[in-house]
Design a protein around this ligand. Sequence first.
Ligand code: NI
Length: 294
Amino acid sequence: MKFREFSHKVYPGLQFQKQSRKNTFIHDTFLRTFPLQKNKHMLIDTHTHLFLKEFDEDRDEMMKRTLENGVKKVYLPNIDSSTTSQMLQMEEDYDWAKPMIGLHPCSVENNVQKELAHIEAYLKKHKFAAIGEIGLDFYWDTTYKEQQIEVFKKEIDLALAYDLPIVIHARNSLDECIEIVQAKQNGHLKGIFHCFSGTLEQANKIIDLDFLMGIGGIVTFKNANLPKIIKDINIKYLVLETDSPYLAPTPHRGKRNESSYIPLIAEKIAEVQGISMGEVAAVTSENAQQLYKL
Ligand code: NI
């Protein structure tokens, strides 16, 4: 345990160098371990699709890196009925990976009744952290706009009935999503506007709804407007997310994203808000734990 005591000093490496040469072995071990000691904060990835095939080759190693980087819990938003079993398998394999159930707006077609029946059946037999990921996506395709709105509203009703938070995907549709949540808010609805990249005015509407904003890799992008917006948002309304395998933060931009990159997002928020990494970790983790009961 001597090892641990040293690691808590400010410059433990220097302390070690003053020790006798006999400690060379320990010293080397220490240097190899030092990067892990830096991430002593407990972090949470509130939105990550680690059950997708992009991780089939190296899921174990990726999960190990994630834990080593201080990310102690990951929340898995479902895509549609075709991904439920892979997601639940991940929960079995890693008890710190918590599932959600919901229909991603990009999976909405003429399948709404079947998908809603799937969600309801699973809600009756399994515990989920949230209804997610749900919402509206008018960026790729608006063919099923009406169906997207219909299923989003029904999923919010299910969240209220099961007393679960919702995780919202809003692409080219943030105002519409905010309006739907405003209409449904009866004082019990809670959740996250995931991958937030809106205006300060939209952020304030989300805060008025008592919802949180998920901040991901976009905040680290060069020329991103998001840092200017979140500078003025109280951190008690923010949570961390990767949305893996998409939207990897700098310097991994354009490559596969993974939950082990969460510290890069936390560091950027700390820099923008002028607070410590410890505070970002503590407050965002508390926000996530308050919301997700699993
Ligand atoms: Ni997502």
